[in-house]
Design a protein around this ligand. Structure first.
Ligand code: SF4
Ligand code: SF4
Length: 90
C-alpha cells in the first residue's frame, strides 16, 4: 500500500481534454497516480500524489498542473531505474 498524504490537500489537477496519451506521466509517477485508460491517462487517486512535479514537468501537452514539493529527486531516481530520463525543470 503506497504512502498516502493527507486527504484532499494535493494540488494536482488533470485536464483529460489536453491529454494525447503519450504515457509519460504514467511512467514517471513514483506513486502510480496515473494509469492509461484507452488512449488517455486517468487520474486514479489524487490523495496518492506526493507533489513531486515529475508528471507536470514531463507532460508535453500541459495537461497536468501541480505545485511541486520536494519529491522530484525521488521521481528522477525511479525513472532512471526504469531506464528513462526525466527532468525536474532545473
Ligand atoms: S506530482 Fe509526482 S506523485 Fe503527483 S501525480 Fe505527478 S508524478 Fe505522481
Ligand atoms: S504526460 Fe500528459 S499527454 Fe502524456 S499521457 Fe500524461 S497527461 Fe496525457
Amino acid at each position: 500500500m503506497p504512502y498516502r498524504h493527507l486527504k484532499n490537500v494535493a494540488t494536482l489537477e488533470y485536464d483529460p481534454a489536453k491529454c494525447t496519451g503519450c504515457r509519460l506521466c504514467v511512467e514517471v509517477c513514483p506513486h502510480a497516480v496515473f494509469v492509461m485508460d484507452g488512449k488517455k491517462a486517468r487520474l486514479v487517486d489524487k490523495d496518492l500524489c506526493m507533489e513531486c512535479g515529475a508528471c507536470l514537468r514531463n507532460c508535453p501537452f500541459g495537461a497536468i498542473a501541480v505545485e511541486p514539493g520536494v519529491g522530484c529527486a525521488y521521481a528522477i531516481l525511479m525513472s532512471r531505474l526504469k531506464g528513462r530520463k526525466i527532468t525536474c525543470g532545473d
